[in-house]
Design a protein around this ligand. Sequence first.
Ligand code: TXA
Ligand code: MG
Length: 355
Amino acid sequence: MKPVPANQANIELAAELLRHGKLVAIPTETVYGLGADAKNIEAVKNVFAAKGRPNDHPLIVHIADVADLPNWAIDISPAAYKLTETYWPGPLTLVLKKRPDVPYEVTGGQETIALRVPNHPVALAVLKAFGGGIAAPSANRFCRISPTQASHVEEELGDKVDMILDGGACAVGLESTIVDLSGDKPRLLRPGQINKTEIEGLLQAELDIPINIDRVLAPGMHEIHYAPVTTTILCTQAELEIILQGNAFQHQQKMGVLWFGNAVESELFEQNIAMPETINEYAHLLYSKLRELDHAGLDLILVEQPPQTEEWRGINDRLTKAAKPFNTDFNGTLFEAKDVRWILRGFWPFSLFSD
Ligand code: TXA
Ligand code: MG
């Protein structure tokens, strides 16, 4: 399925397809979504099947306007409306208690529902033409890099969607921030462009961050997500320099690097992508650049760790899920700094590593 231009006729056709339970990939300002009628259980099941996503992973329901919120959620607090007034339409998803008539298929069996009004003219036009809620996870296969261009959707799910609306490159490029307001305390479930500090300022309340299983403490348990197929390693600038000292890789691995570009120069890197230092520009490019490196026939992708500040939390979150940290082996075992030399030497063959 080739992407089609998002003109009026195709937007109306998209709405018609949704009414018939079909799957339509739509652009949003964050990433492309794989859309289905949120009230059509068969269509929703097809979304899970197309992505290869487990059924208990809930979907986000996209609505045209904040006025539709009570059609999906109950117990909507003043805090929720504070957030919607400021950020909708925009890259913020709210988790609220669901209305009893919302199918459990959409919410992964949960009593809560994730909702957002996207800030993209094509997504909004489709929502208005359709007249209902559109359940739409990112339009990638499960665990892979989210699509930020129509061609990425074609690559990921081309044979599984009924239409791909081309709305150009997604402006934000990172999935929405998710705030859970269904419990006693607001929680940040997924960091994004709208950051924790901003939300806390607006709500005058602290956002809890649920503790994830740390992959260092619990090897192999950490979620891999947003990941290139090529092995990807997250490194600090100092670690990149260690690698560039020359004898780190003896086996002529083809390496590509995504970095801030001014650290070190080297011919060791077959692909060399310099990223902008401003957060929004970085986010806008990240997934398409990772995809580009993933298609370059490399053995290894190295990504320079961005600053570890609150603003970069969303980016760092995605990168730690896409990449392995520098000083672990591929089963996630943490090594002492002195062992790093061996890990570098021992990427392949394994025997070198054990001697
Ligand atoms: O930017 C975005 O949010 C994009 C665009 C298409 O809108 N969508 C997106 O959807 O990223 P997806 O399915 O890839 O991610 C949805 C996230 C998942 O992490 C899921 O666990 C969480 O939302 N989620 C959905 N419903 C939830 C609920 N009831 N409680 C907690 N988390 C929920
Ligand atoms: Mg996703």
